[in-house]
Design a protein around this ligand. Structure first.
Ligand SMILES: Nc1ncnc2c1ncn2[C@@H]1O[C@H](COP(=O)(O)OP(=O)(O)OP(=O)(O)O)[C@@H](O)[C@H]1O
Ligand SMILES: [Mg+2]
Length: 382
């Protein structure tokens, strides 16, 4: 198992527009680190720099005990799986798997043994004589994984390896990749757009934006204590409701709604005291009808304007009575059925009746006017 360290790595393709600002990252030996971020933020570029397919402008890359910054790609002992799998169309599955070993000039008998071991591991035995054009998307994906693991690399780099698969297969293969990585214990950097995929796979998540790290940490920690509005909006079924608020005397005020600072957890209370303008983030899944809450909570009122039913949940949209323009719309996430208190309450209310929505004070996210979390927490050490 090998630790990967990136120190102040920079890259620009054109003068004056840095794709990666000085970028630092550590993946511990055997860790599965997932990079997420919007299109164009530099995820693929980062993987290509690690693999040696692009040259970095500055900085250092260490893998285990080795400084690989200037090592030829084929000597880095890194295997990369791309979105399009990059299989050789004219070669059979067997030959695609054997290819990296032939390049390493392994003995023919050893190659046969390794190919059959990997084929068994990835359930490709029956497919060894087929060409890539005769395989389904999921099977091609398994061949690409097979070709990566057969080299027994020190590091795996996966760049959106599941985006060509349908939703059901993605969920299945995602689990297989996780199991395989655990079994092999090989350090892995995995790139995806998909926040569900990211959260289910990652030991730690790296949220990127414009070539910079926004936050690093275990998925649950980032969900509960996002470092900024960008990270808060990135994780979760639906983005949080962000509302403008003010601190007046010893209360948080959002339009007509108000909450004593004394009800907030200590670190938050201290960090909010003395501020004026702030933003709060209310996760839709944390908003409940007040009758469902058993102790002090922050209450907003709103009228139902729309419901969206998705599978076993319902997204209920409200026009808020909180007063400020920012607070005009709110969404709350409920279960699908009448037994869910929020569904029951909102369905019973007439069109002109306001519903009271509450949230536990400790679930409220607070941000300053630059969008940086207040009373947080920030990133892990990179
Ligand atoms: N070879 C290149 N020459 C010039 N610009 C490039 C090159 N490769 C990437 N870029 C630019 O660098 C930026 C980052 O690209 P990159 O492919 O790393 O993004 P990404 O985060 O992987 O995006 P996506 O999620 O869409 O795959 C983009 O603005 C892109 O246009
Ligand atoms: Mg990319």
């Amino acid at each position: 198992m090998h630790k990967l360290v990136l120190r102040s790595v920079t890259k620009s393709y054109a003068a004056g527009s840095a794709v990666l600002k000085p970028f630092d990252l550590v993946a511990q030996a055997g860790e599965l680190v997932v990079l997420v971020g919007p299109s164009g933020c530099g995820k693929s570029t980062l993987l290509k720099l690690i693999a040696g397919l692009e040259k970095l402008d500055d900085g250092q890359i260490l893998l285990g005990e080795r400084d690989i910054t200037n090592v030829e790609p084929r000597h880095r002992r890194i295997a990369m799986v791309f979105q399009n799998y990059a299989l050789y169309p004219h070669l059979s599955v067997r030959e695609n798997l054997a290819y990296p070993l032939r390049r390493q000039k392994l003995r023919a008998a050893d190659i046969v043994l390794k190919v059959s071991a990997v084929a068994r591991q990835l359930r490709l035995d029956e497919l060894l004589d087929r060409r890539p054009s005769q395989l389904s998307g999921g099977q091609k994906q398994r061949v690409a994984m097979g070709r990566a693991i057969i080299r027994e690399p020190d590091l795996f780099l996966l760049d959106e390896p599941l985006s060509n698969l349908d939703a059901a297969l993605r969920t299945h293969v995602r689990g297989e990749i996780r199991d395989l990585q655990r079994r092999l214990g090989t350090t892995m950097i995995y790139v995806t757009h998909d926040q569900v995929e990211a959260q289910t796979l990652a030991d730690r998540l790296v949220i990127m934006r414009n070539g910079e790290v926004q936050q690093v940490g275990p998925p649950q920690e980032i969900y509960e204590r996002p470092a900024n509005i960008f990270a808060a909006a990135f994780l979760g079924t639906a983005p949080p409701n962000f509302l403008a608020g003010r601190i007046v005397d010893d209360r948080v005020e959002i339009g007509q709604a108000s909450l004593p600072l004394a009800d907030l957890p200590g670190e938050c209370r201290t960090a909010l005291a003395g501020r004026e303008q702030i933003y709060v983030g209310l996760r839709p899944e944390m908003l409940r009808p007040t009758c469902d809450l058993d102790r002090d909570h922050f209450v907003l009122r709103g009228k139902v304007i729309r419901r969206e039913i998705v599978g076993n949940s319902q997204n209920v949209h409200f026009r808020s009575e909180a007063g400020s323009a920012d607070a005009a719309k709110l969404s709350a996430l409920a279960g699908r059925h009448l037994s869910d208190e929020l569904v029951w309450t909102t369905e019973r209310a007439g069109t002109d009746d306001a519903v009271e929505l509450g949230i536990r004070p400790e679930s409220i996210l607070f941000f300053d006017t630059d969008g940086v979390a207040i009373g947080a927490h920030g990133s892990d050490a990179l």
